[in-house]
Design a protein around this ligand. Structure first.
Ligand code: PAF
Length: 283
């Protein structure tokens, strides 16, 4: 397994692959890999000659210093997991902050047609500037043919689609369905930081989303949101930050349901000091 820590080594291999007409799939990650990431890598391998996996905890997308400090960093274990998938078709790019940002660790301010102001954008200041900046930079370094993103971060996925449109980046964005543990909890690198108690309580999030989906068949978005808020008030271990039913394209909260539009419910919940997000398609 090739593991590169600087972009000049990676670009040498990348140019060789391009000159051989090999296609490059790309899975950007912040490490602490789990089966959700591995399913993106496997999809990438089924559609490309090689897959580049970046492992980089991007400082500019954290609005909370403590969260950045505590974010799991498990490079050795990540590389071991990836080598079980393929030893010769995966390239790992695990750069330092300096390799990516030089001496200016700063994000650009990017407007994504308002997508950046909703939900995660409203609750995590500057988050999507950081995500947009790093993904644009990684696309410049890796120059992939296709890039794979999980729908757990659905807002991020829509923002990346907008990013490639705005900057005319020649990459196909592939959205992949959410990978869940058997009990329904959406897979996330943060899950390993949950206490046993919080891990046991966390499947309630998806259970509630599924019930909300059923209710949305007959009730208004407002009534469904009120019902969800009430359920979480009864949960001592989980604190609801937001539950929002939004238009899948614009991500604007729904005011009045239309049969012509697609909707999704989005949720953010604190389990102790771990913030978990999830979402579900409603129609
Ligand atoms: O989804 C993530 O893990 C990160 O936001 C990403 C896309 C790797 C950018 O740092």
């Amino acid at each position: 397994m090739k593991v590169f820590h600087n972009k000049s080594e990676l670009s040498y291999i990348r140019d060789r692959l391009k000159s051989e007409n090999s296609t490059i799939g790309f899975v950007p990650t912040m490490g602490a890999l789990h089966n959700g990431h591995l399913s993106l890598v496997e999809k990438g391998l089924s559609e490309n000659h090689v897959v580049v996996v970046s492992i980089f905890v991007n400082p500019t997308q954290f609005d909370n210093r403590e969260d950045l400090k505590k974010y799991p960093r498990t490079l050795e274990a990540d590389v071991a997991l990836l080598s079980n998938v393929s030893n010769d078709k995966i390239i790992v790019y695990a750069p330092s902050v300096e390799d990516v940002y030089g001496d200016k660790v700063q994000s650009e301010s990017i407007k994504f047609d308002g997508l950046e102001n909703e939900m995660e954008g409203a609750f995590r200041e500057g988050h999507f500037d950081g995500v947009g900046t790093i993904v644009k930079r990684l696309f410049e370094i890796v120059k992939p043919n296709r890039a794979y993103f999980g729908e757990k971060d659905f807002q991020q996925l829509q923002i990346i689609r907008k990013l490639v449109e705005l900057y005319h980046i020649p990459v196909e964005i592939v959205g992949c369905s959410i990978h869940r543990a058997q009990d329904g909890l959406a897979m996330s690198s943060r899950n390993i930081r949950l206490t046993n108690e919080h891990r046991k309580a966390a499947p309630f999030i998806y259970k509630t989303l599924k019930s909300a989906k059923t209710k949305f068949g007959t009730k208004s978005a407002k009534k469904v949101a009120e019902w969800v808020e009430k359920q979480f008030r009864k949960q001592p271990l989980l604190e609801l930050e937001y539950f929002i039913i939004a238009d899948t394209e614009t991500l604007k909260p729904v005011k009045r349901k239309s049969t012509k539009k697609a909707y999704r419910a989005f949720i953010a919940v604190y389990a102790g000091d771990i913030r978990l997000i999830d979402n579900i398609a409603l129609n």
